[in-house]
Design a protein around this ligand. Structure first.
Ligand code: C2E
Ligand code: MG
Ligand code: MG
Ligand code: MG
Length: 279
């Protein structure tokens, strides 16, 4: 009986693996097509200051496919990274968000920061810095308006080279933000070695800040390090008022989350008076 049961387990396991494999293949195939046919677009989530005014926008990619429907970026970004599609996808994100941001800030007449997520593969392209500068120049956006969000996984190998790229970007005035901070490995020791402009405290810490003393302490020590290194701090994934007030008490001044606004098209954000965009 046992043997029979374990055989069944193997079968279930296999078919799940097969399903995941087939899903990956179709996401890859449809994404290749989607990149060429224009079914990807950008939305933007505001970062707000303590008064609720928008001081930044994070560009987030979206994909609505004819056959697959809505596919989350968490899924298709990973597929893109494994299938050679990350460079064209990253290029699309860079060009589209910088172009749309440029039109938007000319229209509203106010500056905010534009944050763009950069995948490891994209960041490691030899011409990455040149590409970013080129796209900025093309749309008359100054490097000082741009923030690039990277993750700790970038430092898993070839630390020195990554560091050089960061230094070149910062020399041009582009700011570097560490996304999902606290979820990766060796976070605190890494921080001391890196020239960063901003830390984004991961949603998982923000979520538990009210109940969990350990999470609160973790955030306190992150804030202390950020302060001593002159870094901007952003609390991510704020869903209720109390989750913003706790980090405020600890010294965090920037917030992002559904409580303030979901990611939206720029036209919809413009129409939200609470964000006071352009004022
Ligand atoms: P991320 O960069 O950490 O982005 C924040 C994610 O949290 C976004 O999910 C956002 O919609 C979500 N979020 C913001 N506030 C809240 C909240 O209050 N509650 C909850 N439950 N969620 C909130 P999204 O857009 O699904 O993106 C997921 C991840 O996919 C991103 O995490 C980023 O790692 C990646 N990604 C998204 N767009 C891009 C892109 O253009 N390029 C690259 N390379 N990666 C991207
Ligand atoms: Mg991000
Ligand atoms: Mg994040
Ligand atoms: Mg994330």
């Amino acid at each position: 009986y046992e043997a029979k049961q374990s055989r069944n387990d193997v079968c279930i396991y296999r078919s799940e693996m097969e399903m995941a494999y087939l899903r990956r293949l179709s996401v890859e195939q449809r994404l290749r097509y989607g990149l060429a046919s224009g079914s990807l677009y950008m939305v933007y989530q505001p970062q707000v200051d303590q008064t609720g005014k928008a001081v930044g926008l994070e560009a987030l990619v979206r994909w609505q496919d004819e056959e697959l429907g809505f596919v989350s970026p968490a899924e298709f970004v990973e597929v893109a990274e494994k299938s050679g599609l990350m460079v064209p996808l990253g290029r699309f994100v860079l060009e589209t968000s910088i172009r749309e941001y440029s039109l938007f800030r000319n229209e509203v007449g106010g500056f905010v920061d534009l944050s763009i997520n950069i995948s490891v593969i994209q960041f490691r392209q030899p011409d990455f810095v040149e590409t970013v500068l080129e796209v900025l120049a093309m749309h008359r956006v100054s490097p000082g308006e741009l923030v690039l969000e990277i993750t700790e996984s970038l430092f898993m190998s070839d630390f020195e080279r990554v560091l050089k790229t960061i230094e070149r970007l910062r020399e041009k005035g582009i700011r570097i933000s560490m996304d999902d901070f606290g979820t990766g490995y060796s976070s605190l020791s890494l921080l001391r070695k890196l020239p960063l402009d901003e830390l984004k405290i991961d949603k998982s810490f923000v979520d538990t800040i009210l109940e969990d003393e350990k999470a609160a302490n973790m955030i306190r020590s992150i804030i202390a390090i950020a302060r001593s290194h002159n870094m901007e701090l952003v609390a991510e994934g704020v869903e209720e008022e109390a989750q913003a007030s706790a980090p405020v008490e600890m010294g965090c001044r920037r917030f992002q989350g559904y409580y303030f606004s979901r990611p939206e098209t720029l036209d919809r954000l413009k129409a939200n008076p609470a964000l006071a965009i352009g004022h």
